[in-house]
Design a protein around this ligand. Structure first.
Ligand code: NAD
Length: 350
């Protein structure tokens, strides 16, 4: 891959290739933008078959973080790191994580690490041994821990906004929400919706969590592929990415979508396809930004379970409504409108 043309295309600030033979570390840190603040983003550890794929992933993801922070009003920039290796093997060990921490520390706070696929809050505690520029450290090590519940609360604010846009009311009472994926985020989303009076249809690929949702949340359970055909008020994807695609869009029986799953749209053009069908889409990088908002508080040394954090996350409701109305005004998709608002904020540097 030609690196500089790629960096120039989206004006990336910095890419750091990290190598430590002794620790077996091969990693890349990408800082897309620090215009709004230090670049925060998770460390992903995957056995990328080729280093081009690692570079491609870290560039794409770091730019996504810039947009997520900008659109949700967070004063952070966009960054990401990838470690090339298999996190399920002894390849991931304290020496490797500390070596990674030293590289992060060398950036003097321009990049702040968090957890992502292949890393967890316990790994962040090990990394903190080498640098203070790390978030999502587990609670027993004195950190703020897993941000999933805050993310889920933000997702419910996004769901309320799309309900308001499509029905005129943001009340959950009597509404039908279809939740795909009942993991850390999805189960909490389902619980919030249930407690607010919504009826639920849920799915997952793991059995025990479905039985729990059926008894605890009185949810109707359907198979993983059946969720797309459920007639409901809001479809909430909270599992893997790319599930809104050419095959699933024609099947959707919901006037609105809002969920936590990153990159839920298989391709950007699918946002236009949803608009053409009159389906209101709460952009994933806005709707799922609650965890990032919490990380910002953690980075600033503020309490993270405090009501002020939840009050900030609640802004996702107004922000999603603003994106929807801007999209209607400009005749573009909500995803494009969210990017537009993010770019406006980055350009203003505030
Ligand atoms: P998780 O791994 O805890 O949960 C994902 C769930 O989806 C699991 O229960 C899994 O069994 C289920 N699943 C996987 N494939 C499925 C399929 N084909 N059909 C139905 N269910 C399926 O992950 P999470 O932390 O809850 O994150 C969920 C999504 O939200 C991810 O896309 C993640 O990137 C995104 N996200 C999470 C956070 C956070 O704070 N955890 C923040 C922002 C975005």
């Amino acid at each position: 891959m030609q690196v500089f043309p790629r960096l120039g295309e989206h004006n990336y600030e910095k890419v750091v290739f990290c190598n430590d033979n002794e620790a077996g570390l091969k990693a890349i840190i990408a800082i897309h933008s620090t215009r709004l603040g230090p670049a925060l983003g998770g460390i992903r550890m995957l056995p990328y078959p080729h280093e081009d794929e690692a570079l491609d992933d870290v560039l794409r993801l770091s730019r996504g973080m810039t947009y997520k922070a900008a659109v949700s009003g967070v004063n952070l920039g966009g960054g990401k790191a990838v470690i090339i290796g298999d996190a399920r093997t002894p390849q991931k060990n304290p020496a490797l994580l500390r070596a990674m921490g030293r590289f992060i520390d060398g950036l003097g706070g321009q990049y702040i690490a968090g957890q992502d696929i292949g890393t967890n809050s316990h790994d962040m505690a090990v990394i903190r041994g080498a640098t203070r520029h790390v978030a999502c450290v587990n609670e027993s090590a004195g950190g703020a821990g897993d941000p999933s519940r805050t993310t889920a609360y933000g997702v419910t604010c996004g769901i309320r906004a799309v309900l308001k846009a499509t029905t005129g009311s943001d009340a959950f009472g009597g509404r039908h929400i279809a939740v795909q994926g009942l993991g850390n985020v999805g189960y909490e989303v389902a619980k919030f919706c249930h407690e607010a009076g919504a009826r639920l249809t849920v799915t997952d690929i793991v059995e025990p969590v479905l039985a729990k949702a059926a008894s605890e949340l009185r949810a109707e359970v359907v198979g993983p592929d059946e969720i797309y055909d459920v007639e409901c008020d809001v479809f909430s994807p909270n599992s893997i990415g790319a599930i809104i695609n050419d095959d699933t869009i024609p099947r959707l029986r919901s006037p609105a979508i809002a969920g936590g799953a990153n990159n839920a749209l298989a391709e950007p053009r699918h946002a236009d396809e949803l608009t053409a069908r009159g389906i209101v889409y709460g952009p994933d990088f806005l709707v799922n930004s609650g965890g990032l908002i919490r990380c910002q508080e953690e980075v600033l040394g503020k309490p993270t379970e405090d009501f002020t954090v939840y009050a900030k996350v609640a802004n996702i409701y107004e922000q999603t409504l603003e994106v929807i109305s801007r999209a209607q005004e400009l005749g573009i998709s909500t995803a494009a409108a969210a990017e537009w608002l993010a770019e406006e904020r980055i350009a203003g540097g505030k």
